[in-house]
Write a protein that binds this ligand. Structure first.
Ligand code: E4P
Length: 217
């Protein structure tokens, strides 16, 4: 399973890039507005220059023709741009048009297997089930990830599953076990994935023992 970072924060992207474990970025209008960028396009271009892998930027209109036009524009900003399109009828129409133009789509706000299947059939490169938001309303978000992986595999659909709306490290473990191609994680969750108290106490003890040895010599 690959890991994407779910953020528009340039500092976090630079710091995570140094770890060598991030192969893409997902943004959305809420994440971008949190950063209050002076220039949306410049921000996305900067992200694309830091991370050579897929960078998802979302359309902010609802009608198909407007989405198609906006997506075509955004797709010219960098060669690694992926357009995030919502899982609606207008979004499916947009996806099928963009797919024929070889513009990659990440079908977002996906909450059901039917939406995911239709996205794959329309030609989306990625479909993003929102695990945390499903959990929030009492569903099992990871079941949807498992079902999508099973169905895409069974019918040999090339669309990749991005486990999204990840809230904690256990979501990443479950996404990997479910066979998700990618998990897109907030920066804080990435940091939590790294930490283990036994690693910290192990380092402390190793260094103390080493110090003790050098004092004896
Ligand atoms: C994914 O592409 C979305 O940007 C994101 O995972 C949404 O997560 P949230 O439910 O925490 O807003």
């Amino acid at each position: 399973m690959r890991i994407f970072l779910d953020t528009a924060n340039i500092d976090h992207i630079r710091q995570a890039a140094r770890l060598g474990v991030i192969s893409g970025i997902t943004t959305n209008p809420s994440l971008v507005s949190r950063e209050k960028p002076a220039d949306y396009r410049a921000t996305i271009e900067e992200i694309c220059s830091i991370i050579p892998g897929p960078v998802s930027a979302e359309v902010v209109v609802e009608e198909a023709q407007a989405m198609i036009e906006q997506a075509r524009q955004i797709s010219t900003w960098a060669p690694n741009i992926v357009i995030k399109i919502p899982a609606t009828a207008e979004g499916l129409e947009t996806t099928s048009v963009l797919a024929k133009e070889n513009i990659k789509v990440n079908l977002t706000l996906c909450f059901s297997l039917n939406q995911a299947l239709l996205g794959a059939l329309a030609g989306a490169t990625y479909v993003s089930p929102f695990v945390g938001r499903l959990d929030d309303i009492g569903h099992d978000g990871m079941e949807l990830v498992k079902d999508m992986v099973d169905v895409f595999t069974h019918y040999q659909l090339p669309t990749q599953v991005i486990a999204a709306s990840i809230r904690h490290p256990e979501h990443c473990v479950a996404a990997a076990k479910a066979g998700a191609h990618i998990a897109t994680v907030p920066y804080a969750v990435l940091m939590q994935m790294i930490r283990h108290p036994l690693t910290d106490t192990g380092i402390t003890r190793f260094l103390a023992d080493w110090q003790h040895l050098s004092e004896q010599q």
